[in-house]
Write a protein of this length. Structure first.
Length: 252
């Protein structure tokens, strides 16, 4: 019963009226028909559906057993959507997913993040992770090898974002990662990883808003300064990275 109630609560949040329209408006500025998009941490499929409605081909990656039946039904009617039952990390293998039955979209592979965010972020004080689920873990490199290089990769994996990027050995044109107040060092580590693969400019969207903070995208040092001194006032949000250029191959 608790699992059903938790899933129903999440559906009310992520499938409330008007949300899809707002997501399509946001993503339409950089997702076009025919694009390949990775949705890492697809959860209840709200963003996968928005990408599909924009005409993109979407690889939706989600490991949670309780969410998968809903996700299959929801995206099964969408052409261009492929569901991958897995988590994503720095290496292939298996992992222990810490599951919150009351808040299934907050389930995570990041045990240290789970412990810290409860202490540091008031919005997580009542969250409890009550069981573990062994899941298959793949990598972004493996997904690219199988499906192709995406033009956009959305990563929302509850504190595991830097580990996901650790499994990537080439730059991607555009990436978004979730940031969470109290654990902002993960977002900074993600920027450092992206900058090791290419040159990027950055923007952010606090919370569930649909508008970027800045009209002019920021260099990495400015983005990290904002994370260090200003992001703490937002419980969470998404950081966006847009590639300017690839790093030159120094081996040639």
């Amino acid at each position: 019963m608790r699992r059903m109630l938790g899933l129903a609560r999440s559906m009310l949040i992520y499938w409330r009226p008007g949300r899809q329209r707002g997501l399509r408006t946001l993503y339409s500025s950089f997702v076009s028909a025919g694009d390949l998009v990775f949705d890492v941490g697809a959860h209840l499929g709200d963003r996968t559906v928005a990408f599909c409605d924009l005409g993109a081909r979407v690889i939706a990656i989600e490991p949670q057993e309780d969410i998968l039946p809903w996700l299959r039904r929801r995206i099964g009617r969408k052409s261009g959507a492929t569901l991958v039952k897995a988590a994503v990390g720095r290496a292939k293998g298996t992992g222990n997913l810490l599951v919150s039955d009351n808040n299934p979209t907050l389930s995570t592979l990041a045990d240290d993040w789970r412990k810290k965010v409860v202490r540091q972020n008031p919005s997580f004080r009542e969250v409890r992770w009550n069981r573990r689920q062994e899941v298959r873990v793949t990598t972004l490199d493996a997904l690219i090898e199988e499906h192709g290089e995406p033009s956009f990769c959305k990563i929302d994996v509850e504190g595991h974002e830097a580990e996901v990027l650790a499994g990537l050995s080439q730059s991607i044109a555009m990436v978004s990662i979730e940031f969470v107040s109290g654990t902002l060092e993960i977002a900074e580590a993600s920027i450092n990883r992206l900058e090791s693969l290419g040159h990027y400019e950055y923007n952010a969207i606090p919370g569930e808003k649909r508008r970027f903070l800045w009209e002019v995208w920021q260099p990495p040092d400015k983005m990290k300064d904002w994370l260090a001194h200003h992001a703490i006032k937002f419980p969470s949000g998404d950081l966006y990275a847009r590639r300017i250029s690839r790093l030159q191959d120094t081996t040639t």
